[in-house]
Design a protein around this ligand. Structure first.
Ligand SMILES: O=C(O)C(=O)CO
Length: 350
């Protein structure tokens, strides 16, 4: 059609440009509409929002709430990075919604059963998050064990004249216990092998002998055995009804008084009050947490003030490369749903 219009000559040029402009508008309308959170605009670098905007007209949550009748019926996809919260009140505004496309693997913040009951698909971005999240776990483990953050403070604070030795815990040759041997857990095991660590793991189902041998991991059917023997306990489970509060007072009391708890899963996997008590009483040695409940913690929360606790603000996947892959994957999932095609990463209700 475009080339036919271009062939119009002379006096027809007004008509020609009019038709081209209408055609461009029709083509622009062709792009589906998607909702993102204004927080995503703040958090995600412009490049990533641009990537989504190549395929979707983006509306932010604030605009939607100001103009629900204008935008609500157009929106076919919601991109979620924790925000916007996909509450029932939001879903009611979106009668044409086809997909909730989550960036990240954890979908504990989504009511998948309810969203699916509306005929709306849910997708996440597994696999692409594995390396960055496993790197974060190892970073926390090493930084906590070798007091890297305190070391930086001491080295850069001119007021500290007496340099303490900052005695750490030896990582090489120690025992790591990985709770949750899924895709990220396995990456943690691969990295731990590079540090000559003895590797224990606990998982709902045992890995194949080949998988175990490839990283030298030993299966602990009972989590208690892993907790008793490990110098570093690394939590890499999904948050589910079964894993909520998985590490409580009893479990912490089984750990070595020198042990470190590393959490890159979700804050609610740990009973935080019990963790505070275990740290204060010396039941365990240290904690290194990329996730807490809530996030961020209130400024007066004891975990923020214990010297043996290292906290990062949920940066498990925050690398440029992984974020790009997550955005690309979320866009692929959303486009597939809009076109009625199978989603690369559909999450079905349990
Ligand atoms: O992928 C996820 O769910 C994360 O939380 C990454 O840290």
């Amino acid at each position: 059609l475009f080339f036919r219009i271009r062939k119009l000559h002379g006096s027809q040029s007004m008509l020609k440009y009019g038709l081209i402009s209408v055609l461009c508008q029709v083509m622009a309308e062709d792009k589906p509409w998607a909702l993102i959170s204004e927080k995503v605009k703040d958090v995600y670098l412009k490049d990533f929002v641009k990537l989504m905007a190549e395929h979707f007209h983006l509306v932010d949550h604030k605009d939607l709430l100001q103009n629900p009748l204008l935008y609500g019926p157009k929106i076919q996809a919601v991109f979620v990075w924790y925000y916007p919260r996909v509450e029932r009140s939001l879903l009611r505004l979106l009668p044409s919604l086809k997909v909730v496309a989550n960036g990240g693997v954890g979908i504990d913040h989504l009511d998948v059963a309810y969203i699916s009951s509306l005929g709306v698909k849910v997708a996440n971005t597994p696999d692409v998050v594995n390396n960055a999240t496993a790197d974060t776990a190892m970073g926390l483990l090493l930084a906590s064990a070798r007091k890297i953050v305190e070391g930086h403070k001491v080295a850069t604070d001119p007021e500290i004249s007496h340099k303490p030795f900052l005695m750490g815990v030896e990582v090489s040759g120690s025992t790591v216990g990985i709770v949750g041997m899924g895709r990220i857990g396995y990456k943690v095991a691969q990295r731990s092998r590079g540090f000559d660590m003895k590797i224990l793991y606990h998982n709902r189902s045992r890995r194949s002998v080949e998988d175990e041998e490839a990283v030298g991991a030993t299966y602990c059917q009972k989590i208690d055995d892993l907790l008793r023997e490990s110098d570093f306990v690394v939590l890499v489970v999904n948050l589910t009804a079964e894993t909520t509060g998985l590490i409580g007072q009893r479990e912490l009391s089984l750990m070595k008084p020198t042990a470190t708890l590393v959490n890159v899963s979700r804050g609610l996997v740990v009973d935080q009050d019990a963790l505070v008590k275990a740290l204060q009483s010396g039941t365990i040695g240290a904690a290194a947490l990329d996730v807490t409940h809530p996030e961020p913690l209130p400024r007066d929360h004891p975990l923020l003030h214990l010297p043996q606790v290292l906290i990062t603000p949920h940066i498990g996947t925050s690398t440029y490369e992984t974020t790009r892959k997550m955005v690309e994957r979320a866009v692929e999932n959303a486009l597939a749903a809009v076109k009625g095609l199978p989603l690369p990463d559909e999450v079905k209700p349990k």
